[in-house]
Design a protein around this ligand. Structure first.
Ligand SMILES: C[S@@+](CC[C@H](N)C(=O)[O-])C[C@H]1O[C@@H](n2cnc3c(N)ncnc32)[C@H](O)[C@@H]1O
Length: 277
């Protein structure tokens, strides 16, 4: 006799938890490589192992199950996890658009939900461009941009762990990217002018526009990430800060590329700058 494979985690736990507890079981989880990431509510603390093992045994490609322990708040934008089932590791290989990325989910920021946004940027890059990716993390943007174009790509990252993975991912994907370890505030001015600067630091990118704007060639483009209530709020912020720094802006596009909280979404504003005459 063969039993039917459960379609969801709730279904797999159906006869193992009380109806009250079952209601609290997460409906979804993130997958990064072979690691499943759950956000289990505190009321299910005593059931974490059961939930983790059930997920592991029901959905076969998963080899590790972790539970989120903290929010993304540090300067390096990392968070803490606890392993609740499977192998004892937080390192994995994640595949996205013809690229492979090695990463440690605890040592460096990552988001499997931004793939569509990363390819949107990479598809805009032309072969002869000079591109600077600030806040480059483990190299998602620089590696993909270099893979898709023949551009001259630079990636700056502060976190030594994330930087180590960026170096490894450049080798892994056989792309040409110049990785630079350090603070964009100290490293950018030595690099000359760019056709494109990517600023994927949604909470603080506005504090670095004084560095990125002077690094831009005439006709260059900035991709500025921000958490905001709507597109207008973020473009107004961009226009105001740029004006204070002595530049007019030409907004090319504003894209909603994720949510941050019930009230705030992640936006990317693509814009050009010029000096008023
Ligand atoms: C939100 S994460 C984005 C990482 C990567 N771009 C991605 O999409 O996965 C921001 C990254 O910026 C780095 N960072 C923060 N402040 C920085 C600074 N002043 N200079 C360089 N990197 C910085 C953090 O360590 C973190 O890896």
């Amino acid at each position: 006799m063969c039993s039917k494979k459960p379609k969801s985690l709730k279904e797999a736990l159906n006869d193992k938890l009380s109806p009250e507890k079952l209601k609290l079981v997460p409906r979804s989880w993130d997958i990064v490589g072979d690691i499943a990431i759950l956000d289990i509510p505190i009321q299910l603390d005593d059931e974490k192992e059961l939930i983790g093992n059930t997920l592991l045994n029901t959905f076969k490609p998963i080899r590790v199950v972790v539970n989120k322990l903290s929010e993304v708040k540090t300067e390096y934008r990392t968070r803490k996890f606890e392993i609740i089932a499977g192998e004892d590791r937080t390192e994995t290989i994640y595949r996205e658009y013809e690229c492979r990325y090695k990463l440690d989910i605890e040592g460096a920021y990552f988001s499997p939900r931004l793939g569509t946004e990363r390819i949107r940027i990479a598809n805009q890059v032309k072969a002869d461009e000079r591109v600077l990716v600030m806040f480059a993390g483990i190299g998602f943007y620089p590696v993909l941009i270099a893979k898709k174009s023949n551009a001259e790509v630079y990636g700056i990252e502060l976190n030594p762990v994330a930087f180590g993975y960026m170096e490894e991912n450049i080798r892994l994907n056989k792309v040409s990217v110049t990785p630079i370890q350090g603070d964009v505030r100290k490293k950018t001015s030595d690099l000359g002018k760019f056709d494109r600067v990517v600023m994927p630091l949604p909470k603080d990118a506005e504090n670095f526009l004084d560095i990125s704007l002077p690094a831009l060639k005439d006709d260059g483009i900035i991709h500025f990430y921000d958490f905001a209530r709507n597109g207008e709020e973020t473009t107004k912020k961009v226009e105001k800060i740029c004006l204070e720094l002595g530049y007019e802006t030409k907004i090319l596009d504003v894209v909603r590329c994720g949510s941050y909280s019930p009230a705030l979404s992640r936006f990317c504003t693509d814009f050009m700058i010029y000096r008023p005459i």
